[in-house]
Write a protein that binds this ligand. Sequence first.
Ligand code: SER
Length: 337
Amino acid sequence: MSEKQVLVTGACGEIGQALVQELSKKGGYRIVTSDMMPLPDSIKHLSAEHVQGDLVYKIKTFYDYDFDIIFHLAASLSSKAEIATEEAHRINVEGTMQLLMLAAYRSEKYGKSVKFLFPSSIAAYGMPTLAAKQNAGAVKEEDFDNPHTMYGCNKLYCEKLGIYYSKFFGQKHLDEKPPVMLDFRAIRFPGLISAFTLPSGGTSDYGPEMLHASAQGKSYACFVRADTKISFMAMPDAIKSLLMIMDAPRECLTANVYNVAAFAITAEEFRQRAVMAFADARISFEPNPRRQGIVDSWPEDVDDSRARHDWNWKPDYDVDRFFEEYFLPEIRKRYGK
Ligand code: SER
């Protein structure tokens, strides 16, 4: 069977690096990458071609490629997007729209539906008050879709754009033969934690930052309150979910957008785990009101029963397995502790 051609944008980011490694392990793909930055050594040898530069200006280049699958990961994350809002909108929305248009064009012109995989986020939710957040428990995809951040607005809108380009673009009359449309599939991710890379510009970053700092014997001032609770996931589970939804037969999917969840814990629980694992961990809480407000607007947990039902989603790592079987062994190897 011939190789499938895959585009991974934002390949230098945390999800990008891990995804390129897994796709290449899986085999059967010609991986084209793109990013503002040159590829890091971790994935340099795995990319058939790297297009470096701003996606919005590079989009013409991609019209020459016959992509079967697009993973559009490039984005400006929530804390950064709140500081540079217009730039975030340009990157997050314009970049996505340009790629959706490309995928829609190719799908129709060549009669082959391009799969478009999009990482959305818990930032698409907006809990009106802290009390509402505490009372809501695990929220479903259609609940509380009133984001408080530029990043969240961008993600929610791009979900809608993806659905538009995959179902309604062209607005063909019912009597006309429907064109082949792109196949849009989005996952709303919780905060992600990798043992190999660190996030930058996000607001769930306090989790991974606290753990990586403690593992290196550095003190850490956590920028949210100790009682702050949101959902987190191990990076290998995030990649597993992307590959599962990529492979899921279209007829099994009852929606375009899916929550995935693994474990919901507080910043204090992170601290306790860090202190148990690293005796010299020094963690204080110095909440930053702006970033605190962002995390307070995200749900404590998400209900991923739709993904479990439609494509048999199940994370490998609950909180204990995350620490004992993934994060701590890997991080000890990395920092020699
Ligand atoms: N982890 C992201 C952020 O903090 C949310 O999707 O911005």
